[in-house]
Design a protein around this ligand. Structure first.
Ligand code: GLV
Ligand code: MN
Ligand code: MN
Length: 437
């Protein structure tokens, strides 16, 4: 299959597309109801029936690209899937071939995810394009549903946006998922050619800016009773895979002093990570995955593999915390006679949002009648990867209790309408830096 064709999806697996709901917005065609209905439909494209899990290059990813691609076409966008699996819809400006304002977010999810993280930004951008109708703008618009932001499958994040930014390292293709399937083979199974991933990269002169609309995933806007906010900067992040190799043995016969228990060593490593991050202001460290082998009640664990995720607004702090944790794990292994190896699978420095874009987002918020609140992002976003390609900015929407990466993730319908109005307002007023192109 060529990289511009959509993977075939049996029609029976697609949820029916709800008819457009009547608009309740002063912008004639904007419909919060349609945004929310589409998000519900998208949430049904999941690995498991009773929750949302959609990982990179899965069957659900192909179905999501097909479904969202249909909505893009309905909004008048020309649709393609790029060489790494991103879904891209393009609306030309006053004349074909103008540089674009890039909008969007990601279509993948964490395991047992909320339904707004990523999806809200893509669906709302499509809604805004639909609302623009035939209005001619002096720039093109591209809406992108990024293929991988969460990095759940291969432990390296933002694979879609990195490819667009031209910073996708081909060595990443060797990363394997939990079943041992390499990214190279997964791309082939999806109908893409791993040798062509570099074709997803965009030229700087094709893009005016990238603006991502996303739920806040934190409690600040709700606490201040504000529907939207403008992001100042996004914290940097680093990930590791830590492998501990001890010796499996009989749980009844090997005395405690003679054991090389990989899981007991891993438990100490988890606590060392917690302590290292505690010691540095604003730094956070998380072990979110642990696998143990052979995995039987009466067998001493011989092997354990941990994930480690370290973040901070300050890159030097993040690097220091990560080094402290890896050194601590090595020392724990040496003391327990357990071999420890730590492999960095991902790193992204913190990223500042462009003041000129922040200002234009702020104007759109003011025009909608809200106080402008600026705030940093503790979560990672595709905008971080795109900062090498173009200036970036983010609009945050309030979410319930700041809960995210959890099925209880929720937003108010009224907020969905507000966010869409602000984004549309921003698009209609958008002035590229340095005037028209
Ligand atoms: C993505 O949501 C991340 O911050 O890991
Ligand atoms: Mn997320
Ligand atoms: Mn997200």
């Amino acid at each position: 299959m060529s990289s511009s064709a959509l993977p075939a999806v049996p029609p029976s697996v697609l949820p029916s597309v709800p008819p457009p709901a009547p608009s309740s917005s002063p912008h004639g065609a904007l419909s919060a109801a349609r945004i929310l209905e589409r998000i519900e439909a998208l949430a049904r494209l999941s690995e498991q029936p009773d929750g949302l899990t959609r990982v990179y290059l899965s069957a659900e990813h192909a179905r999501a690209n097909a479904l969202v691609g249909d909505w893009m076409r309905e909004a008048g966008l020309a649709v393609r899937v790029d060489a790494v699996g991103n879904l891209i819809g393009r609306r030309e400006g006053e004349r074909p071939g103008l540089p674009c304002l890039m909008l969007g977010s990601h279509l993948d999810s964490v395991r047992n995810a909320g339904r707004y993280d990523g999806m809200l930004g893509v669906i709302t951008a499509i809604e805004c394009v639909q609302a623009l109708g035939a209005q001619a703008l002096p720039f093109a618009i591209e809406v992108i549903g990024f293929a991988d932001e969460e990095g759940v499958r291969f432990q390296a994040t933002m694979l879609g946006s990195r490819a667009v930014a031209g910073t996708f390292d081909p060595q990443l293709l060797d990363l394997a998922d939990a079943r041992g399937v390499s990214m190279r083979d997964a791309l082939r199974a999806f109908g893409l050619d791993p040798e062509q991933v570099a074709d997803a990269a965009r030229r700087r002169d094709e893009v005016l800016a990238y603006v991502e609309y996303h739920i806040e995933q934190g409690p600040v806007l709700e606490a201040e009773r504000l529907p939207v906010g403008v992001v100042t900067a996004i914290n940097g992040q680093q990930r590791f895979r830590i492998e501990l190799e001890g010796m499996a043995g009989h749980s009844g016969t090997v005395p405690m002093a003679l054991r090389r228990d990989a899981l007991a060593a891993a438990a100490e490593c988890v606590l060392a990570a917690e302590a290292a991050a505690h010691a540095v202001p604003d730094a956070v460290a998380t072990v979110g995955q642990i696998s143990v082998a052979p995995g039987a009640t009466n067998v001493i664990p011989g092997r354990a593999v941990l994930s480690l995720d370290v973040r901070s607004p300050r890159d030097a702090d993040r690097e220091r915390v990560a080094r402290t944790i890896v050194d601590a794990c090595t020392a724990i292994g040496a003391r327990r006679n357990v071999r420890v190896s730590a492999t960095q699978t991902h790193v992204l420095d913190s990223c500042a949002c462009a003041p000129w874009l922040r200002q234009q987002l702020a104007q759109a918020i003011t025009a909608d009648g809200h106080r402008v609140r600026e705030l940093p992002s503790g979560a990672g976003h595709d905008a971080m990867a795109l900062v090498g390609l173009t200036d970036v900015a983010m609009l945050f929407l309030r979410c319930a209790k700041g809960i995210s990466h959890h099925p209880a993730e929720a937003i108010e319908a009224e907020d969905a309408a507000t966010g869409a109005r602000v984004l549309l307002n921003f698009i209609q007023r958008f002035r590229p830096q340095g005037g028209a192109h």
